[in-house]
Write a protein that binds this ligand. Structure first.
Ligand code: HEM
Length: 137
């Protein structure tokens, strides 16, 4: 199969690096770390799941069979600051990868997905409060 001219040169290796180094930061984070440790029992499985998720979004592969929305709706006490911290750590991680087009693309996707997760979360958990938007990192 011929490649698409000027298609972004993202690789599975970069995606794997992104996922692993993001969680290295997130697990140490005082606010996010305990949430992940409370839910993730098998980290290697979670890395594969997250790599498949980003590979699907960025490269159009079709390996991801998860359900992010119900999983996040089920996490108690999520607040906008947690999503904003998630996005901040994610942005720091992509900056370290040294591929500007990858960085811009994946950061934009992460912000859009985070905004959708947070909007749905508010509708389920805080139905009587006005919707709050996430600040871009
Ligand atoms: C406050 C921010 C966030 C927290 C605390 C959080 C936490 C979690 C937790 C606890 C899980 C479940 C892990 C498991 O059961 O194995 C999970 C899964 C996942 N998260 Fe997040 N997350 C956050 C934001 C995001 C964002 C912004 C994205 C995407 C841009 C994302 C993508 C995913 C995906 C793809 C999964 C796997 C879903 C599946 O296996 O079906 N998360 N997250």
């Amino acid at each position: 199969m011929s490649s698409i001219p000027n298609s972004p040169a993202y690789t599975e290796k970069e995606i794997d690096q992104l996922v692993r180094s993001f969680y290295e930061k997130a697990r140490k984070d005082p606010s996010l770390g305990p949430i992940f440790e409370a839910h993730v029992t098998n980290w290697e499985e979670h890395f594969v799941q997250m790599t498949d998720f980003w590979s699907g979004n960025l490269l159009g592969t079709n390996r991801f069979y998860g359900a992010p929305m119900p999983k996040h709706l089920a996490v108690p006490n999520l607040r906008p600051e947690l999503f904003e911290q998630w996005l901040k750590l994610f942005k720091q991680t992509t900056q370290e990868l040294d591929n500007e087009s990858f960085q811009l693309h994946v950061n934009l996707l992460a912000y859009r997905i985070a905004s959708r997760l947070w909007a749905a979360y508010q509708m389920q958990h805080y139905p009587d409060k006005p919707l709050l938007e996430l600040k871009a990192p």
